[in-house]
Design a protein around this ligand. Structure first.
Ligand SMILES: Cc1ncc(COP(=O)(O)O)c(C=O)c1O
Length: 387
């Protein structure tokens, strides 16, 4: 059989692969500390679980409308209209099987073969593969972040769209208001569409939250798709509910693709997500946010004593993205693989995010695991690089 050369050209998800290997090692009895997780380690809040149980008991278990139950779409439209001071209605919202699927159907609906899409570096591991899977060509910023000049240059070379992700996975970076204003103006002039992946929007540790492109240029609303979901904010990664808000036509096309691929996201999960979006677990959300903030401070203070690492304190998400300053080029994939074998510590190589020589350390873990993980990392680094 001849398989699709497009799909054969994709790279597997390094993050999922490494987490799976760490899990296998744990199951075989090995003492493994995992600071690789891309998900909160808390249980889903009880009011959300309760909403799901009620949905099952009441028999709300059949197919739903393919773009999502109207109640959830309406609630998402209302919450985000209030949050951004703009007006979206039910027809602008598509509910999908996780924010990952929202991104996938939005990209599929926006690109034609050969279209270039600009990705700021370091980028989330799935963006380039999604663009390639739909026949597009990912192009990357030269350095970390994105500048107005790079947006201008990419547009001049035919880029049709740009993906933004703040707070960022992997870096936890949040731009200043001034930086976001410049990005917004440059994007507005470029004519490109925007997908703003805001999945970590509620895990922001700075006063005032994350500046958003639409706060500065609301006129970009018709060519901007906002993506978010309940996975990270409400510890619901396994429930698989994400959503997007975009123009009616973009939502129609993305919804049509979804209808022909998954039919609809899980009905029970949608009712659970409705409880989350309606604010039924606000206390739990605040508690988890506080815990992440404390862990961020803990891991940063532990890592700052480590001479072979250089990093900026993350302002959002739950990752520290650190440069390995070991005096020479470094293969981060080999580094993480050997670290896992020798010390039983799982972290993610920067190569997965287009940033060779870096590592991503998740602090979505207990204080004990954070302390033990940092200890193992230090032991490995000193065993290798001390002269
Ligand atoms: C930047 C980013 N976007 C999207 C997603 C996907 O979220 P979901 O689990 O809702 O599909 C993730 C998950 O790791 C992520 O880190």
């Amino acid at each position: 059989m001849r398989y699709s050369s497009t799909i054969q050209s994709l790279s597997p998800s390094v993050t999922l692969q490494l987490s799976a290997r760490a899990k296998e090692m744990m199951q075989s009895g090995r003492d493994v500390v995992s600071l690789s997780a891309g998900q909160p380690d808390f249980p889903t809040p009880a009011p959300i679980v309760q909403a799901a149980i009620e949905a099952i008991r009441e028999g709300r278990t059949g197919y739903t409308a393919s773009s999502g139950i109207p109640e959830l779409r309406k609630a998402v439209a209302a919450v985000y209209s209030a949050r951004r001071g703009l007006e979206w209605t039910t027809g602008n919202v598509v509910v999908s099987c996780g924010a990952k699927h929202s991104l996938s159907i939005l990209i599929a609906s926006a690109i034609n073969p050969g279209d270039r899409v600009l990705l700021p570096r370091p980028y989330w591991v799935s963006y380039p593969e999604m663009v390639k899977a739909y026949g597009g060509v990912p192009v990357f910023t030269a350095e970390e972040g994105i500048t107005p000049r790079e947006i201008e240059a990419a547009a001049a070379q035919g880029a049709v769209g740009v993906m933004l992700n703040y707070p960022s996975n992997p870096s936890g970076c949040v731009p200043t208001a001034g930086e976001m204003r410049e990005i917004a103006d440059a994007v507005a002039d470029s004519g490109m569409w925007v997908i703003s992946d805001d999945i970590y929007e509620d895990l922001c540790y700075i006063e005032g939250g994350t500046p958003h492109i639409l706060d500065f240029r609301p006129d970009l609303k018709e060519r901007t798709a906002v993506v978010s979901g309940v996975s990270k904010t409400y510890s619901m990664t396994g429930w698989r509910i994400g959503y997007c808000l975009c123009s009616g036509e973009w939502a129609r096309l993305a919804g049509m693709l979804q209808a022909h691929s998954t039919s609809n996201p899980c009905s029970i999960s949608q009712w659970a997500a409705l409880a989350a979006v309606e604010g039924k677990a606000e206390e739990e959300r605040r508690d988890m946010h506080r815990a992440f903030l404390e862990r961020r401070d803990l891991i940063c203070s532990l890592l700052s004593a480590e001479e072979y690492l250089q990093f900026d304190r993350p302002d959002g998400a739950f990752y520290v993205f650190a440069k390995l300053t070991v005096g020479g080029p470094l293969d981060s994939t080999a580094f993480c693989s050997e670290l896992l074998d020798e010390e039983g510590l799982a972290i993610i190589p920067g190569s997965a995010f287009g940033a060779e020589g870096y590592i991503r350390i998740s602090f979505a873990a207990s204080d004990d695991d954070i302390r033990e993980g940092v200890k193992r990392l230090g032991r490995f680094l000193h065993g290798r690089y001390d002269t």
